[in-house]
Ligand binder design. Structure first.
Ligand SMILES: [Zn+2]
Length: 237
């Protein structure tokens, strides 16, 4: 139990809520990454996908929540697939960074409830109202698991690829310092612009003027307080 005390980067103190259960190199369209498997206390499986030595400060980091419809089926209701691809591209270009892939589909409500929520949205609800109508909070995601994974990897602080200030705050609260939040824009088009505007107006995501206005969509309201770069957020991320 104690003999491995000097081996490598399990920086996590005691009460560890995730366990690392596997590692492999995988070549992708965006380069070769180390894939580390994690299991959380509830039994859910997550991934850390990384390049380079991620121990230390200011590690380029994307915390991305699973979106099967967006990433596998290229749903145009959101931009998650494009954001996932862009994150891997940015990490590969940097040569050092980590993507934490969390299995919290549908902003935490699960795949089937997400489908139900889409049906409600087709009847006029926005994404927050739909989740509330199904009995869920607007956003059930938790970033504690991501923080545990980052700690296990020895990440001390991150440069976070995200348009979502809540995500940065969540990581900070969970003990991972966020040195900066970098806008992460991909996959904006006419069909998801209304959804992205909802994220901006009701969930506090940062989007620049003009970023969501393509394809004949009305301009963004001036009351929504954008103060930073190019943001489109992902539904789950
Ligand atoms: Zn999505």
């Amino acid at each position: 139990m104690s003999a491995q005390g000097s081996s490598i980067p399990r920086v996590t103190p005691c009460a560890q809520r995730v366990t690392r259960e596997g590692e492999a190199l995988i070549r992708t369209d965006f380069g070769e990454f180390r894939f580390l498997g994690y299991r959380d206390a509830g039994g859910l499986e997550h991934l850390a996908v990384l390049q380079g030595d991620v121990r230390g400060e200011a590690v380029l980091c994307r915390v991305h929540s699973e979106c099967l419809t967006g990433e596998v089926f290229h749903s145009r209701r959101c931009e998650c697939g494009a954001q996932l691809d862009l994150a891997l591209q940015r990490i590969a270009a940097c040569g050092r960074g980590v993507l934490v892939y969390l299995r919290q589909e549908g902003r935490g409500i699960g795949l089937l409830n997400k489908i139900r929520a889409y049906a409600l949205q087709d009847q006029g609800a926005d994404t927050v109202e739909a989740n509330l109508a199904l009995g869920f909070a607007g956003d059930l995601r938790s970033y504690g698991v991501a923080a545990e994974i980052l700690r296990d990897l020895g990440v001390a602080s991150v440069s976070l690829l995200s348009n979502n200030p809540d995500k940065a705050r969540g990581l900070q609260t969970a003990g991972i310092a966020v040195q900066q939040r970098l806008p992460h824009v991909a996959g904006v088009h006419a069909e998801n612009a209304a959804y992205l505007r909802t994220k901006r107006s009701r969930m506090g995501h940062d989007y620049p003027e003009g970023a969501l206005g393509g394809g004949g969509d009305p301009p963004l309201g001036a009351d929504e307080g954008v103060d930073e770069g190019s943001g489109e957020g992902s539904e789950e991320g």
